[in-house]
Every structure is written in structure tokens, then in C-alpha cells.
Design a protein around this ligand. Structure first.
Ligand code: AMP
Ligand code: MG
Length: 399
């Protein structure tokens, strides 16, 4: 067991994350058709090329009429439908039939809704209510004036952002590049999902969870590879991954046991170490380095450690590569149970959240992937002695 003094020399979570982010060079932005841009990160503000709506129009089905008193009976001189503006202007005490969203005829400044009118067979309409200037009219630019910034760079584009960009005239939007990721799981014990397990073997869950986390963080073309516990195959797998990926994520084999080959293999592949070991639990042996701009993470093999360290360090890097805000949202919440503290290491406790109350998901061993199920956040129990009492406020990083 390393002493608390040894632990104290390790980087904190925030220091380690800052070093990762300092190594990120965002991928070149490209124009992306709006139809393909869902979940992409916007890299240049969307500015409204024209006003939205582009013309003054009616908020109701009814009649465009001059403002005035109730009880008037006006001749119907034309019609304005969606996509088919009236061919005549409103000239004095007249009415033009109008549909919702249709262009307000020239000379018109108010609309009376159809429910407040009665049409007569002689081509006139009787107004049962007073009409005020501007009534039921949506002016041009009512939603967005021309030239206004509609969606800011850094936003992840959802359906509303895409629709707003289209309504303001955009056919494509400038988005950050999507990183290519290669996940290399290491370990002689690992078996493909679903295949029968021999003695001492287990299914390779990291390759699937880590690839899924990468995809969720916006990665494209996420590939998986496996290397056994020997230097040469590990070195070769790293070499292949470095050729094609922007980010390489290894899991397992990053400690100092006789069968841990990841660090020497990274060294042999020319990947330069930025840090190894972070004062956190789970995930202490986390390794990070770079080669020619490719970011390389060596995550510990225990399934929870791999997920937690991916979320803390690799996810922010993937987001920053795309031009997005890298930091997960943090809230303050109250622990509903006492939690033991670890000397020299912050502990990331998987919690469910109910408002500002954080409840641990159950036993927190780094091999218990079930502790991630249903977790809404990672509560940070600060390093220290003894325990944190129930009711203590902690910082929770939201998942
Ligand atoms: P390691 O970091 O290689 O020492 O692995 C630590 C623990 O995590 C061991 O119990 C491994 O069997 C387990 N482990 C390593 N890699 C994986 C993986 N890809 N999927 C599931 N468990 C793993
Ligand atoms: Mg291993």
C-alpha cells in the first residue's frame, strides 16, 4: 500500500484534466449539411441571414381588416393563403380573407379571427368585435431579427438548433471535426462477448463500454482491438492504432505487475508520457501521453475504473477536439449516507440523484460494474481520514 505521502505527490483530478486539455489541438472545423449535423458541435455562430419570420403574417385564420369598431360589414376583396399572397392591397373599409401564417396584404395592419365574424352570401363579412391595430399580426423578424446570432459556437446541435438554423436561412453549419478513436483492451483473460469462458477467463466488457462512451462523446469510426499480456503484441496494437486514430484508449495492464506491458509498450511506440497516476479512486494508475498530436490514454482495467477515468479524462479531450465545452456539469448535493474517505485520494462515488440528494448506488468496488447502473453522477468524496457524515454537501459531476 502506498502511503498517504506517496499519494500526495500524485496529480489531482483537476490538474490531470488540465494537462489533458492542454494537449488537445481541436480538429479542423468543416461545413456539414443541416440534415447530417444532429449532435455535432457548432464551431461558428449561426447568424440569421434574414428575418424570421421573413414577412408580416397572420396569427389566425380570419380577415385582414382596418382597425375599428365592432358591427362593421365589409366587402371581401381577395384572399391571402400560405405561399399565395393576396394579389390586391387593402384599400380602406374592405376585408381580405387570410390563413394562419399567410402574408399580411399591403395596407393591412390587423386581422380579426374567423370565429368573431359572419360571412354573408353577398360577399361581405360582418365583424362581431372591435379590431385594434396590430391585432393577430406577427411582424417580420418577430422571432429573430436579421443579423442576430441564433446559435452560439460550442453548442451541441439538437433538433431545435437545427430547425432554428434552417429557418434563418442556413443549409449547412460549420461543425468541429469528429475524433477517430481506437480502443485496445489488454489482458490474456479476456473473451469476446457471448463466447464460452474457459477457466479464469472473463468477458471483455471494457471494449464495449469504452467504445460506447467514446461514441456518446461524439467520436466517429470507433474501432476495437485486443492485445494479450505480452510486450510485442501490445506494442504492435498501439502502433496500428496510432496510424489511424486521433485518440487511442487502452484498458488494463497499466500498473506495475509482471504482466503489465502497456507502459513499456507505449514507451517503445514513442508515446511521450504526460502523467501516470492520479490521486483518485477508482483509477489511480491512469496514464496519459501523446505522440504527434495523437492523444493516448492508458486506463486501468477494472471496469468501473475504466469508465470513471474515461469520463474524467478522455471524454473532456474528445469534446475539446470537437470544439465543445469539455467540462461536465457539476452540482452540489447532500450525501444521504456516510461514506468512508481514502487518505490521499479523492473517491468518485457513483450516485443516484433525487433533487440535491445523492445516494450511493451500492457497494463501490472498482470491479462492480453494477455500481454504474442507473448512476446519475459521480460524487467526489474528498481525500481524508475517517468518513464523511451523512448530510455532508459534496460536489457531484453529472454523467
Ligand atoms: P488490470 O488493470 O489489467 O490489472 O486489470 C484489473 C482487473 O480488471 C482484472 O480483474 C481484469 O481481469 C479486469 N479487466 C481488465 N480488462 C478488462 C476488460 N477489458 N473487461 C473486463 N474486465 C477487465
Ligand atoms: Mg490485465
Amino acid at each position: 500500500m502506498p502511503s498517504a505521502r506517496e499519494n500526495a505527490r500524485m496529480l489531482s483530478i483537476d490538474e490531470a484534466r488540465a494537462r489533458v486539455l492542454a494537449a488537445v489541438r481541436p480538429l479542423p472545423p468543416t461545413p456539414v449539411p443541416v440534415t447530417d449535423a444532429l449532435d455535432r458541435v457548432l464551431c461558428a455562430d449561426v447568424v440569421a441571414a434574414g428575418a424570421v419570420p421573413p414577412f408580416a403574417n397572420s396569427a389566425m385564420d380570419g380577415f385582414a381588416v382596418p382597425p375599428g369598431a365592432a358591427g362593421r360589414r365589409l366587402p371581401i376583396v381577395g384572399e391571402s393563403r400560405a405561399g399565395h399572397p393576396a394579389s390586391v392591397a387593402l384599400d380602406g373599409e374592405q376585408a381580405i380573407r387570410i390563413s394562419t401564417g399567410a402574408m399580411l396584404p399591403a395596407g393591412a395592419e390587423a386581422v380579426i379571427m374567423v370565429e368573431r365574424t359572419r360571412e354573408h352570401p353577398d360577399g361581405t363579412v360582418e365583424l362581431d368585435a372591435e379590431v385594434a391595430a396590430g391585432q393577430n399580426v406577427r411582424p417580420a423578424g418577430d422571432d429573430v431579427p436579421a443579423g442576430e446570432v441564433l446559435v452560439r459556437a460550442g453548442t451541441r446541435l439538437g433538433p431545435a438548433e437545427l430547425g432554428a438554423a434552417v429557418s434563418a436561412g442556413a443549409a449547412s453549419v460549420v461543425c468541429g471535426g469528429r475524433p477517430r478513436v481506437e480502443v485496445i483492451s489488454t489482458g490474456d483473460e479476456l473473451q469476446e462477448p457471448g463466447l464460452p469462458l474457459g477457466p479464469g477467463r472473463l468477458h471483455d466488457s471494457n471494449a464495449v463500454t469504452v467504445a460506447a462512451l467514446a461514441r456518446r462523446a461524439g467520436a466517429r469510426d470507433v474501432r476495437r482491438a485486443h492485445a494479450g499480456d505480452a510486450l510485442r503484441p501490445t506494442r504492435e496494437a498501439i502502433g496500428r492504432a496510432l496510424e489511424r486514430a486521433d485518440v487511442v484508449v487502452l484498458t488494463g495492464g497499466v500498473s506495475v505487475g509482471p504482466h503489465d506491458h502497456v507502459k513499456p509498450a507505449l514507451d517503445a511506440a514513442g508515446v511521450e508520457e504526460v502523467f501516470w497516476r492520479v490521486a483518485l479512486r477508482p483509477g489511480k494508475p491512469t496514464w496519459f501521453g501523446t505522440r504527434d498530436g495523437v492523444l493516448v490514454f492508458g486506463l486501468p482495467g477494472n471496469p468501473v475504473s475504466a469508465m470513471v477515468t474515461f469520463l474524467l479524462f478522455a471524454r473532456p479531450a474528445l469534446l475539446a477536439l470537437q470544439g465543445a465545452e469539455p467540462h461536465a456539469r457539476r452540482i452540489r448535493a447532500e450525501l444521504t449516507q456516510a461514506m468512508p474517505r481514502t487518505p490521499g485520494r479523492d473517491e468518485l462515488v457513483r450516485v443516484t440523484l433525487d433533487g440535491s440528494r445523492a445516494t450511493p448506488t451500492g457497494p463501490q468496488g472498482s470491479h462492480r460494474l453494477s455500481s454504474m447502473l442507473g448512476a446519475g453522477g459521480l460524487a467526489i468524496v474528498p481525500a481524508g481520514e475517517g468518513e464523511l457524515a451523512a448530510g455532508t454537501q459534496v460536489v457531484v459531476e453529472l454523467l
